[in-house]
Design a protein around this ligand. Sequence first.
Ligand code: MRU
Length: 353
Amino acid sequence: MKLNIPQAIRWTGDELYLLDQTKLPGEVVEEKQETIEMVWHAIKQLKVRGAPAIGVSAAFGLIVGIRDATNLPLEKFIIHIAKQAAYLDSSRPTAVNLHWSMVRMVNKAKSQSANSSAELYKALVEEAEAIDQEDKAFCLAMGEYGAPLIKEGMGVLTHCNAGSLVTSGIGTATAPMYVAHQNGVPFRVYADETRPLLQGARLTSWELQMAGVDVTLITDNMAGHLMSKGLIDLVITGTDRVAANGDVANKIGTMSVAILAHHFNIPFYVACPSSTIDFASTTGDEIEIEEREWDEVTSFGSRQTAPEGIKVCNPAFDVTPNRFVSGLITEKGIVRAPYRENLAELFDAHQSR
Ligand code: MRU
């Protein structure tokens, strides 16, 4: 069965198109990225969002930012590449895939024995395309490893959007769902609405519905009630950064869901490609949490829902302590506690960041 799912990032070989996720589900609009500044703003404004998608679009965004500079001498071209990568890296702080992808592109530029800037440019296009293809493959592998967790008749809760919209492929948290669905397993998904920006309502319920998965939208504060009624058997979320000890940064509200799941004895899994593991952060305390604009909280859609001048706190992510995580679904299999040892054993903890 072929899946009907949206594509967030489209690379034509020399042009980058991003689906504007701020307009979904009302309008499905692709935007051609003419400049690196456009890509920076697309990431900042969440037109493209979710950890892997930010990494992939930044890799192609870097190509957009350097393609008119191949007339520079090679040494100067490499300096220009590093500057442009640092600029894109500054667009959002929490999802480590962005930093990972920029480091990987700059390392490629520095280690490539190219004879000219044009030759180096070509190698970097190939590297960005490799990041894109790898992400697609990671999603499929996470789907294969995670799908057996979903048994017939289960209710599966997810938070935020960790779907095809956040990757080049079938998503991270949604990958096991899509594979189980393709295998003909009947199950229900509950999508948390995910205040304040409604990624669950606008994006997860939209793409799962499009794919024909049985999905029900709930507001964030309903999860505990549904768990108490026995409607949730499994939780799967995505992540923006996993520390070396298995602490998980993800969309604000994820930690509350994990604690609720722990209380009700419901397994809580996190889908996590290796590009989202940050061995440089020894624990979740070291992960920078993005604080976003106040008006995301004082309004609902275009309607103001709070008094003028109210004080607002708007952290976009939280950190779930590793003890609440039943397992990390990676492209190399499901990793369980003790996370520090098991993650380091499965992945290269020394890769440069
Ligand atoms: O602020 P967003 O919409 O970029 O946040 C996205 C999330 O928190 C996702 O759950 C996370 O990136 C995992 S997606 C692989």
